[in-house]
Ligand binder design. Structure first.
Ligand code: SF4
Length: 288
């Protein structure tokens, strides 16, 4: 009996320790990564997300919801794989392991930001061919088995916008270094978390315009909505009006969104204060 109890306690205590560690380690790594970087920017890694969630984050609203233990564990899994891949590429470059060194300048985990919209982030890998004035932007993505087949056929729209935003950022960065008029192509390097299989997809060029359109519409949303006013107005007219203004916003075939897809809400940091949340039905009065 004692052993059964200890087994449960062991599982719970180690999970609590691990999740708290991952939470604080993630925060300090982010702080380190964005030290001396502008604060009032959207993160490229959040491309494609709900306008309202993005805007509340932008104005530093305190989240009402944090990921659960399983969410933290999943995120850590992805972060570790990214770190390993980046370390492996740096190692290969230093050791002259592959013949890419002759073709490309390899850049990993570099900071970029766009000139005209407040968007910044760190890309995973860029392979720059200076002779051809051309670069390949590669974004690593870890995914679960149950989306593996679908992303192999067609990557998620968030991922496509993200990789193109990094590419636009690098093109601007190169211009600053007097390396003008570089063309580029974008790729997503998918990793199946379950069996660590790899799959690379080339992303169509029209996602460049989609990405820019998304960020411009998001900035328009942030600047024009009263973000403080709609907090906690659950199931209210404020949300219905908000939807009416943005649900119909056509962005190159994508319908604009608060949120874009229903599943976003269950991973959102602001679920409890979002006007989308339904008010609890009032308890029925008992008849006397
Ligand atoms: S709960 Fe849904 S609609 Fe509300 S901010 Fe979050 S993602 Fe957007």
């Amino acid at each position: 009996m004692r052993n059964i109890l200890f087994k449960e306690e062991l599982e719970q205590v180690i999970e609590d320790i691990f999740v708290s560690y991952v939470d604080q380690d993630g925060s300090s790594s982010r702080e380190e990564l964005y030290r001396d970087k502008p604060e009032d920017h959207f993160s490229i890694s959040s491309a494609g997300k709900c306008f309202l969630e993005q805007s509340w984050k932008y104005i530093n609203t305190t989240p009402t919801n944090k990921p659960d233990a399983d969410g933290f564990k999943r995120m850590r899994d992805g972060t570790q794989m990214h770190e390993d891949l980046n370390k492996a590429i740096k190692w290969a470059t230093a050791e002259n392991f592959d013949n890419w060194n002759e073709l490309y300048e390899k850049r990993t985990e570099k900071y970029v930001k766009l000139q005209d919209v407040p968007v910044h982030g760190h890309y995973d890998l860029a392979l720059i061919n200076h002779e051809k004035r051309h670069f390949l932007m590669v974004d690593f993505k870890t995914v679960s088995t149950w989306v593996w087949a679908s992303v192999k056929k067609d990557p998620k729209r968030n991922h496509k916008m993200q990789v193109y935003t990094y590419a636009l950022g690098l093109a601007e960065e190169l211009k600053k270094q007097e390396l003008k008029d570089y063309t580029f192509e974008c790729f997503i390097f998918y990793i199946n978390k379950n069996d660590i299989k790899f799959h690379v997809t080339h992303v169509q060029e029209d996602w460049e315009e989609m990405a820019l359109s998304y960020w411009n519409n998001l900035v328009h949303f942030k600047d024009n909505e009263n973000l403080d006013d709609i907090k906690y107005k659950h199931g209210s007219l404020a949300y219905i009006e908000l939807l009416a203004r943005y649900k119909s916003l056509e962005m190159n075939g994508m319908i604009g969104g608060v949120p874009f897809a229903a599943w976003e809400c269950q991973y959102c940091d602001f679920q409890d204060m979002c006007p989308k949340k339904q008010e609890k039905p009032k308890p029925k009065r008992r008849r006397k």
